[in-house]
Design a protein around this ligand. Structure first.
Ligand SMILES: NC(=O)c1ccc[n+]([C@@H]2O[C@H](COP(=O)([O-])OP(=O)(O)OC[C@H]3O[C@@H](n4cnc5c(N)ncnc54)[C@H](OP(=O)(O)O)[C@@H]3O)[C@@H](O)[C@H]2O)c1
Length: 435
């Protein structure tokens, strides 16, 4: 059978891995695809000594890949949203199938790209965009296709997880670990996307679109970063039997869909609580199968290439074999659930960890407790430490029972205005992940 012809755009980390894995496993990949996979053109502004391009022709203008009549699948590995969207839309307009690792592109421009792909009858595949090498898109879209998904929760940013792991295991500060993550090349030079949860929000919205059959709604994801977490919060959480993880959570609630990324206390015995370092993991809770867990490398040259090439193989099978079902990602068009409402964060229900720094005076604790009680929030556990010598301020750690976010926000506002409360109150949501 004729080889399927690929145009590869970008010559960075993931492209290098893709070239290496394709070359190393060429025979297996061809056998599984049912035909050879041949890269016929590369689009790159400059050469990269880490990428062995052999005698493949290189275009400095990447649009030449999108218009090359020989190219059947355009693999976009340049990142960013503007030029990447232009490139991908040009490829689609020229009848190319698309494989991309670009979560920002899919999360922010996916609806437009999918509509163009549907009109052109081509596939857009993006397994590598979520959790790197973990085949989570395929698992949710195919392996769990018979289920109704109740919720999913994941550690989907390796840098954030590395920081929280180091804070817990070595008692290091957020700033200190972040500097090391940058030096090790885990975090971007501008780490905002990682630590503020934007990268995780990109991935969450993609997962939710597949799990719940809904359009991509990146702007509606509630996003909170890990920058405010202090080592003492990590320690108090441990004392209470919990661990702090930066989770992306998508949940079907009676009133709509929750989409949120924030630091979260989870019970120490949960598998997710024990996912450490740069590793990623996603738990999916479904009606028929119950909970399943997917764990592995969320980034890296070859792990990500593994997902890119899996998509290429899938499309190759499709192109040379069954011509139907080319656009499975568009399943939401045929479902009533396309109109799902996304819940505002104020409408979610959760337990909360609060760290309130108070002046060591009689009556302060009862004032705090009565504000919570007035808001209908009951206390599950409380820790109050004795003040250090020469210090007048003590931390009070409170674990609440389940409450409405709006009630908690109102109570925190009232607590914050007490004269005896010093500094900002730290509030972290708790998820037991058990139903
Ligand atoms: N690295 C990972 O572990 C990982 C994991 C999952 C997903 N991803 C995603 O995979 C994609 C690629 O990531 P990467 O880590 O391989 O990036 P990278 O190492 O920075 O490589 C990007 C490549 O694209 C080129 N490029 C960027 N903007 C371009 C433009 N406007 N025009 C032409 N060429 C352009 C760069 O060229 P120059 O060298 O000339 O700048 C470079 O060759 C991103 O969407 C990323 O989010 C990466």
């Amino acid at each position: 059978m004729d080889a399927v012809k690929i145009g590869l755009c970008g010559l960075g980390t993931v492209a290098g891995g893709t070239l290496r894995v394709l070359s190393r496993n060429f025979e297996n990949i061809s056998a599984r695809a049912g035909c050879d996979i041949q890269i016929v053109r590369i689009g790159a502004r400059r050469d990269n000594p880490d990428c062995d391009t052999g005698d493949i022709p290189i275009s400095r203008d990447l649009m030449e890949v999108a218009t090359d009549p020989e190219v059947e699948i355009l693999v976009e590995l340049i990142g960013g949203t503007d030029y990447a969207a232009e490139l991908v839309l040009a490829g689609i307009a020229n009848g190319k199938h698309i494989v991309t690792a670009n979560k920002a592109l899919i999360a922010e421009r996916g609806n437009e790209i999918f509509a163009a792909a549907e009109a052109a009858g081509v596939t857009v595949a993006y397994e590598a965009a979520v959790a790197g090498g973990i085949p989570i898109i395929k698992a949710v879209r195919e392996g769990l296709a018979a289920n109704s998904v109740n919720w999913l929760a994941g550690i989907i940013n390796g840098t954030g997880n590395f920081i929280l792991t180091e804070m817990k295991e070595k008692g290091r500060s957020f700033a200190d670990v972040l500097a090391e993550a940058q030096a090790l090349g885990y975090a971007e030079a501008d780490p905002t996307f990682d630590v503020e949860g934007i990268d995780a929000a990109h991935k969450l919205v993609i997962l939710a679109s597949i799990a719940f059959g809904m359009p991509l709604s990146f702007d509606e994801v509630y996003t909170e970063g890990i920058g405010a977490i202090e080592t003492q919060d990590v320690d108090y959480a441990e004392e209470l039997g919990y661990r702090i993880k930066h989770l992306g959570i998508a949940r079907k609630s009676p009133g709509g869909i929750e989409l949120r990324v924030h630091p979260t206390l989870i019970p120490q015995e949960r598998l997710l609580a024990n996912v450490n370092g740069v590793k990623n993991a996603v738990v999916v809770d479904c009606d028929a199968v119950g909970q399943t867990l997917y764990y592995g490398a969320g980034a890296g040259s070859e792990p990500t290439a593994s997902a890119v090439l899996a998509d290429v193989i899938d499309i190759a099978r499709n192109v040379r074999g069954d011509q139907s079902r080319r656009v499975p990602y568009l399943s939401y068009h045929s479902h009533a659930i396309a109109d799902q409402v996304i819940l505002p964060i104020e409408a979610i229900q959760s337990s909360y960890y609060l760290r309130v720094s108070v002046l060591d005076r009689p009556g302060v604790l009862s004032a705090v407790a009565s504000i919570l009680s007035d808001a209908g929030i009951s206390i599950e556990a409380i820790i109050q430490k004795a003040p250090r010598p020469d210090e007048d301020v003590v931390p009070v750690i409170i674990l609440t029972n389940s409450a409405l976010e709006q009630s908690l926000a109102d109570a925190v506002f009232r607590l914050q205005s007490l004269d005896s409360v010093v500094g900002a109150i730290t509030r972290i949501r708790v998820e037991n992940l058990d139903d």
